[in-house]
Each structure stands twice: as structure tokens, then as C-alpha cells.
Ligand binder design. Structure first.
Ligand SMILES: *[C@@H]1O[C@H](CO)[C@@H](O)[C@H](O)[C@H]1NC(C)=O
Ligand SMILES: *[C@@H]1O[C@H](CO)[C@@H](O)[C@H](O)[C@H]1NC(C)=O
Ligand SMILES: *[C@@H]1O[C@H](CO)[C@@H](O)[C@H](O)[C@H]1NC(C)=O
Ligand SMILES: *[C@@H]1O[C@H](CO)[C@@H](O)[C@H](O)[C@H]1NC(C)=O
Ligand SMILES: *[C@@H]1O[C@H](CO)[C@@H](O)[C@H](O)[C@H]1NC(C)=O
Ligand SMILES: *[C@@H]1O[C@H](CO)[C@@H](O)[C@H](O)[C@H]1NC(C)=O
Length: 244
């Protein structure tokens, strides 16, 4: 009994000592030799850093582009802008506005003709250092629209979401429950996604009517609390922000 207790105490002491050392090195000593903890208006706390030797390792090395005004930080080895870093909650928020998949159609005679489409391909890093939070949702907007999301790095997955509606009066602002807007969870530990969105009925009488308020379909990942569906989003998603 006594020796077991002693072992446990020893383990606790060792844990305590290594915690103290880690704290000492990480938060107190570090920003010595010309390390900056800001990039533009964004706070960049250790273990992140903007210069080699200032971050915990290269996977935390943020690119601060000083030729932009104001300077902007980007995720390591990507062109994905960082919005903020909250160490307390273990969150790093990026702006995924460049990763919205879309498809738009126009009426030509009696037919709905595809005019434009765009897929989206997003990867946080090569490693699993920055998995997507499960507070993000995969969102699809449209009236006969299917959005498909798939990831291959880390843990492979693929799934989809279908948004339907018959007429404008069926749609409600701030209600994303399948009518014009469909939302679903994404799995844990995902580090990348590819999104395709498509309209799945083409030649129909109702389609001509729907086109008036639903010329486009969209699919994207967004932090759940940061996105409210608006009926006008079916026409244009411009100037929306997409924190992930
Ligand atoms: C703390 O810093 C010292 C000196 O820079 C280094 O030798 C040691 O490995 C560091 N310890 C940890 C836990 O990082
Ligand atoms: C802890 O920090 C102090 C003050 O910077 C330093 O003198 C000491 O060597 C550090 N201890 C370790 C274990 O790194
Ligand atoms: C910084 O931004 C400018 C302007 O967009 C761009 O031309 C340049 O390549 C960027 N630099 C880095 C290191 O990403
Ligand atoms: C998207 O556009 C490309 C080229 O314009 C076309 O080949 C492809 O079939 C379109 N995909 C869909 C789903 O409409
Ligand atoms: C990520 O992958 C690319 C291409 O495979 C490679 O060039 C790059 O060095 C990798 N970065 C890291 C941090 O492993
Ligand atoms: C949705 O909100 C917009 C802007 O606030 C408003 O003009 C529109 O009438 C609303 N639509 C519905 C169906 O509530």
C-alpha cells in the first residue's frame, strides 16, 4: 500500500515539474529575439508565430503578409486568411469565403440552362494539427439543389444535403430546415473538404417560376452561429462572410 502511494505521489510530482517547465518555456521566455505577436489587427499568440524560431514548430508558423494593408495572417502553407486565434477555447477562425461552391442557371426559352458552376476545395494543412471544429455545419442552399461534401486526407468521408422548395412563400428567413436551406454536421477530425453543388431537375414548368427567386445553388461550410439563412441568399451570396 505504502509503495503504491509513493509511486503515485512521485508521478504527481513529475507531472507537476514538467508542467512548470512547459509553462516556463512556452509562455514566459519565448517572444525574446524580435518575435512579434501581432499581424495587422490579429493577435498571434504562442505556439503560433510569424517568424521561423518564434513558433512551436513549422506547422504553427503563420504567414503574415505585410504587403497587404492592413497586413493579414494566413494558415501555414495555405492562402486561407485567419480571422482570429482564441487559445482559451482552442479555436482558430479562418475566412472561408473563397471556398463556396456555386452553380447558376438562366432561362432560355422553356429551359433552365446551366450558366456557371464552381467547386470548392479546402485543406487546413497536411497534418491533423488543425481539424475542423464540429461547430461548423455543411450548408446547401437552393430549391432543387444537392450539395455533396467529401474529404480524403485524414479520415475519409463523403455525404450530401438536399435543399428543396416549390415556391417563394414556402421559404422563411432564419430557418434552415430543408426548405431552400439544408444543414448538416460534419464528422470529427476532418482536415479537408471538396464541395460540389448541382441542380437536379432541368426542364419543368415550375422551374421557370423557381428561377425567378432561385437562379443559383450554393454549398459551403460555415460556423453554425455565424450564418443565418436569408431568402435573398438564393439570389446572391455576395458580401457574406464565412467564418470556419
Ligand atoms: C526549455 O528550454 C530549455 C532551454 O531553452 C530547453 O533546454 C528545454 O528542452 C526546454 N523544455 C521544454 C519542456 O520545452
Ligand atoms: C525558467 O525561466 C527562468 C527565467 O527566464 C530561467 O532563468 C530558467 O532557466 C527557466 N527554467 C527552465 C527549466 O527552463
Ligand atoms: C502578399 O499579398 C500580395 C498581394 O495580394 C501578393 O502578391 C503576395 O504574393 C503575397 N505574399 C505572400 C508571401 O503570400
Ligand atoms: C460545370 O461546368 C463545367 C464547365 O463549364 C461542365 O463541364 C460541368 O458539366 C458543369 N457541372 C455541372 C454539375 O453543371
Ligand atoms: C505539404 O504537402 C506539400 C505537397 O505534398 C509539400 O510540398 C509540403 O512541403 C508539405 N508541407 C508540410 C508542412 O509537410
Ligand atoms: C426576409 O428578410 C428580408 C430583409 O430583412 C425581407 O425584406 C423579406 O421580406 C424577408 N422575407 C421573409 C419571407 O420573411
Amino acid at each position: 500500500m505504502a509503495s503504491l502511494l509513493q509511486k503515485l505521489l512521485l508521478i504527481i510530482q513529475l507531472l507537476f515539474v514538467s508542467l512548470v517547465v512547459a509553462t516556463n518555456n512556452s509562455s514566459i521566455i519565448l517572444p525574446a529575439g524580435g518575435c512579434s505577436d501581432v499581424c495587422g489587427s490579429v493577435h498571434i499568440p504562442y505556439p503560433f508565430g510569424t517568424k521561423s524560431g518564434c513558433s512551436y514548430d513549422d506547422s504553427f508558423l503563420i504567414t503574415c503578409n505585410n504587403s497587404l494593408n492592413p497586413p493579414r495572417p494566413f494558415l501555414p502553407q495555405t492562402h486561407i486568411p485567419i480571422i482570429n486565434i482564441l487559445l482559451e477555447s482552442g479555436e482558430l477562425r479562418v475566412d472561408a469565403a473563397g471556398f463556396v461552391s456555386s452553380e447558376c442557371s438562366e432561362k432560355q426559352g422553356q429551359q433552365r440552362i446551366a450558366k456557371y458552376n464552381k467547386t470548392a476545395s479546402f485543406k487546413t494543412s497536411n497534418s491533423s494539427t488543425f481539424p475542423l471544429s464540429t461547430r461548423n455545419k455543411f450548408t446547401t442552399l437552393g430549391c432543387r439543389t444537392v450539395g455533396v461534401i467529401a474529404g480524403e486526407k485524414g479520415k475519409p468521408y463523403h455525404t450530401g444535403c438536399v435543399a428543396l422548395c416549390e415556391k417563394a412563400e414556402d421559404l422563411n428567413n432564419m430557418s434552415c430546415s430543408g426548405r431552400g436551406c439544408c444543414q448538416m454536421n460534419i464528422p470529427r477530425r476532418v482536415i479537408d473538404y471538396n464541395i460540389v453543388v448541382a441542380h437536379f431537375v432541368t426542364v419543368e414548368v415550375e422551374d421557370k417560376l423557381i428561377l425567378e427567386f432561385d437562379p443559383c445553388g450554393y454549398a459551403f461550410v460555415v460556423e453554425e452561429a455565424a450564418y443565418e439563412f436569408m431568402v435573398s441568399d438564393l439570389k446572391s451570396m455576395e458580401r457574406k462572410t464565412f467564418p470556419v
